[in-house]
Write a protein that binds this ligand. Sequence first.
Ligand code: TRP
Length: 336
Amino acid sequence: MTRQITMLTGDRPTGPLHLGHYAGSLVERVRMQEQDSSRRFVMIADAQAYTDNIGDTSKVTTAIPQLVSDYIACGIDPRKSTVFLQSAVPELFELMQIFMNITTVARTLRNPTVSEEIRQRGFEKSLPVGFACYPIGQAADILGFRATHVPVGADQLPMIEIASETAARINRMAGQDVLAIPEVVLTSTGRLPGIDGKAKASKSLNNAIYLSDSPDEVRRKVMMMFTDPDHLRVSDPGKVEGNTVFAYLDAFDPDRDKVEDLKTRYRKGGLGDVTIKKELVGVLENLLQPMRDRRIDPVTNRDDCLDILRYGSAAAREVVAGVLADVRRSLGIFVL
Ligand code: TRP
């Protein structure tokens, strides 16, 4: 018998998705969608986003329909993947509340991703309880669907570890396999740099190309891209390593031979930055134009975006309610 594959991923709704997200996990989600034997869940983690944005809820609420719009654009099909809103599945929080009795405070805080986030947000002296516990919430997100595969970037490894430990612990306590042990599907083939050449494309650094950018914005951003600062004249030999244009060509141009040829010519000298940038604009337009054609506008078609979430959240609730009942029963938790 083939094991049931269940994929689950989530995104915090804090802004529009960019090419870094696409190269990271979106591409893998769309690929897994074509496997008939798998079940797929894509979650907008709004409750997790509030753990560090409670003073700026409009940032989260604006990003929710925007995220649905981005999903549709990049090919996530709500008929094949259950797209839902975390806060619309209250069973996840009931499950989290049980898991809080399984994990220790020390274990939850022994997490390099969370430590880094605490530093970045200045939470060292005033750590909100909700933020400290979000990895437990994330364990509930994953185990609540008996997810077997979680496609995420390397920074999410510590979260999946806590989820696996929690599942193993509950299975041991119950003396049976109540929960599935999740597996990470590492998706980042290396981080996509920002257009300024900084290590990471991110919204806060304002150095990302968004999936929702217009052709003009894409062209403007590519023309600003960091290349090789020593490549002053077209005839000079240029450096490919650390050159953002080539990092993007590597990530998005399906024609590998052409990219290799461009690299050779750029290294030799005689190939100008504007030429390779125009090449990249073409490659990105080939990727982004079909996304624009598929996109549902998050403002003018807000209701359609929310309907997708309503539909998906109802289906998600049924699944998690079943798992919650199993967990309660297997641990002997009283149910009135
Ligand atoms: N922590 C993830 C992020 O910051 C979002 C997330 C929440 C998630 N719950 C999840 C990812 C469950 C995978 C599985 O992007």
